[in-house]
Design a protein around this ligand. Structure first.
Ligand code: SRM
Ligand code: SF4
Length: 537
């Protein structure tokens, strides 16, 4: 046996194949795969390693792959959107795109033979899909209205781009971070409403002022050089270990650290180096960062981060600045730039087709500055719409489908991919979610939005634990038959004092769900039955 064979013998299957060949290695094999075709490819390359370049084999639609991009801070240009539209357009009815719960875009219908051309197109417009799946850092989320919002404390855009550049070697792929023990999520919020769900990330930065302006921890070797300042200094309190998995869900906990914006990239690197080198790899169900923190205790973890950083971390500021309810950004809002507005369009369950994407790109160019933003609620924002053009913009026909004023259930609906494309799914989600919301809105009147999140299985990609009402797919039994069903979560709170909801009812068959939801909405969220729904004919 070789050394490698000896050391890999006891590893789980994922660690084994990563040790045999790094996922990023397949970057140089794309032309070969394209010529070979998916049927003839090595199965590990096809089903797993391709995810290192953001290409996902879909057992539900074999031969039609999914591509997951990276959209730092959820921002893209109209030129980039048009390229994405061109890519899915060539697949006709089988081509589509989804806005994801990480402010990102996934493309569907992709043929392996087209990958070289697609990567060339991406490259030409500065798009990358590198390291967006498997044991890599996912899309880094930030405030969707960064740089637009008059009340923001920090514009997160540049910082997030810097982190992505560091982690991915400017989108080309970075072998330093291509073999983590498991996936890793990073979020930064510079606003007051925690628009990124900081609490459900492995590493999150939330705004916080240090009153004393005290020591900044700048010495290379841990020597602190005090700089006194009269006014509070802006920075971030750091949260660690938030995650959802089928086995366990945890909100992130404070690391008891405050970092200045200029130190955020280095802190990300230090945390990731600790996770990469010391994270638990034996059992994939116990590999996320929180399991390491559990094993070591927070103090030791913090100490190891400081060792990697080469300097001390300052203690957390006593309070963070998350003091608003979370906004959904749907509708028209004034920007901090005089005379400009941002317009949030509701995209039902995040699903887009090529013609929608071309149209969004056109609207962003004609009425805005060509910029398009995505939200973790799977919607779109078009910024920089001038006052003089706003009224005409609002008459555009696309806004009839992608409304700025949808129904109060519709506007907050979120859904994961579900059975249409995801082989983990226990139920169909997106279409079912839309049908259910339509039926409930026909029967009930609401006074405020109710956030309903659907997720097709316990992996929780649709984040049911952050919702007012979360619906998690399951299989259930009724009259001796196995049916698609849901476990119902409630109590999720976002924004200020965010906390996770918990499961309150298990195993409701989807066919029996509507009256149960109706009841929950009436009893807990002030919904009222419409007069006409009460008329019996
Ligand atoms: Fe997820 C795996 C879709 C956000 C937790 N997720 C998957 C896979 C890749 C499984 C697969 O291969 O089929 C799904 C791809 C289906 C498809 O064809 O679209 C998938 N996850 C998604 C997306 C597209 C849901 C959506 O409709 O928006 C989201 C893509 C985000 C992105 O742009 O990167 C998505 N996934 C999430 C989130 C939410 C978040 O990050 O805020 C979570 C929970 C948070 C977390 O990770 O801590 C999440 N996905 C998972 C897990 C459970 C992780 C674990 O530690 O066990 C899996 C399964 C796994 O990794 O083994 C998973
Ligand atoms: Fe697939 Fe389950 Fe994630 Fe939904 S929650 S996308 S069904 S893995």
């Amino acid at each position: 046996m070789t050394d490698t064979a000896t050391t890999t013998a006891n590893l789980n299957k994922f660690e084994k194949f990563k040790a045999q060949k790094d996922g990023l290695a397949i970057k140089s094999e794309i032309e070969k795969f394209a010529a070979l075709g998916w049927e003839a490819m090595d199965e590990t390359d096809r089903d797993h390693r391709l995810k290192w370049v953001g290409v996902f084999f879909r057992p539900v639609t074999p031969g039609q792959f999914m591509m997951r991009l990276r959209m730092p801070n959820g921002i893209l240009s109209s030129t980039q959107m048009r390229v994405l539209a061109q890519v899915v357009q060539r697949y006709g009815d089988e081509g589509s795109a989804d806005i994801t719960t990480r402010q990102n875009i996934q493309l569907r219908g992709i043929r392996i033979s087209d990958l070289p051309d697609i990567f060339n197109r991406f490259h030409a417009v500065g798009l990358t899909s590198v390291q967006s799946g498997m044991d890599n850092v996912r899309n880094i989320t930030g405030d969707p209205v960064a740089g637009l919002d008059a009340d923001e404390l920090y514009d997160t855009r540049e910082l997030i781009q810097q982190i992505q550049d560091m982690l991915t070697n400017k989108g080309e792929g970075n072998p330093e971070f291509s073999n983590l023990p498991r996936k890793f999520n990073i979020a930064i919020t510079g606003g007051r409403d925690n628009s990124v769900h900081a609490e459900i990330n492995d590493l999150a930065f939330v705004p916080a002022f240090r009153e004393d302006g005290g020591t900044r921890g700048r010495g290379d070797t841990g020597n602190l050089s005090p700089t006194l300042s009269a006014s509070p200094i802006f920075g971030f309190n750091v949260l660690v270990g938030g995650f959802f998995s089928a086995k366990r869900c945890e909100a992130a906990i404070p690391l008891n650290a405050w970092v200045a914006p200029e130190d955020v990239v280095a802190v990300c690197r230090a945390v990731l180096e600790v996770f990469r080198d010391r994270g638990l790899r034996a059992n994939r169900q116990k590999s996320r960062l929180m399991w390491l923190i559990d094993e070591w205790g927070l103090e030791k973890f913090r100490q190891e981060v400081e060792n990697r950083l080469g300097k001390s971390l300052l203690p957390a500021a006593p309070k963070d600045e998350i003091d608003w309810q979370k906004r959904d950004h749907i509708g028209v809002y004034k920007q901090k730039q005089p005379g400009l507005n941002y317009v949030g369009l509701h995209i039902p369950v995040g699903r887009l087709y090529a013609e929608d994407m071309f149209e969004i790109a056109r609207l962003a160019e004609v009425y805005g500055s060509g910029e398009i933003r995505l939200t973790v609620e799977q919607n779109i924002i078009i910024p920089n719409v001038s006052e003089s053009r706003l009224a005409t913009f609002l008459t555009e026909s696309l806004l009839e489908r992608f409304s700025i004023n949808p129904g109060l259930l519709t506007r907050s609906l979120v859904s994961c991919t579900g059975a249409q494309f995801c082989n983990f799914a226990l139920i169909e989600t997106k279409n079912r979610a839309l049908g259910m919301i339509k039926a409930l809105e026909e029967e009930l009147i609401f006074t405020h939005p109710v956030r309903i999140h659907w997720t097709g299985c316990p992996n929780s990609c649709g984040q049911p634990q952050v919702a007012d009402i979360g619906l998690m797919g399951t299989k259930t039994r009724k009259n001796g038959k196995t049916l698609e069903g849901v476990d119902i979560y409630m109590g999720g709170k976002v924004g200020k004092d965010a906390h996770l909801g918990t499961c309150i009812i298990k195993g409701i068959p989807c066919e029996d769900l509507q009256p149960i939801l109706q009841d929950l909405l009436i009893k807990n969220f002030g919904a009222k039955v419409k007069e006409e729904a009460l008329v019996v004919d």
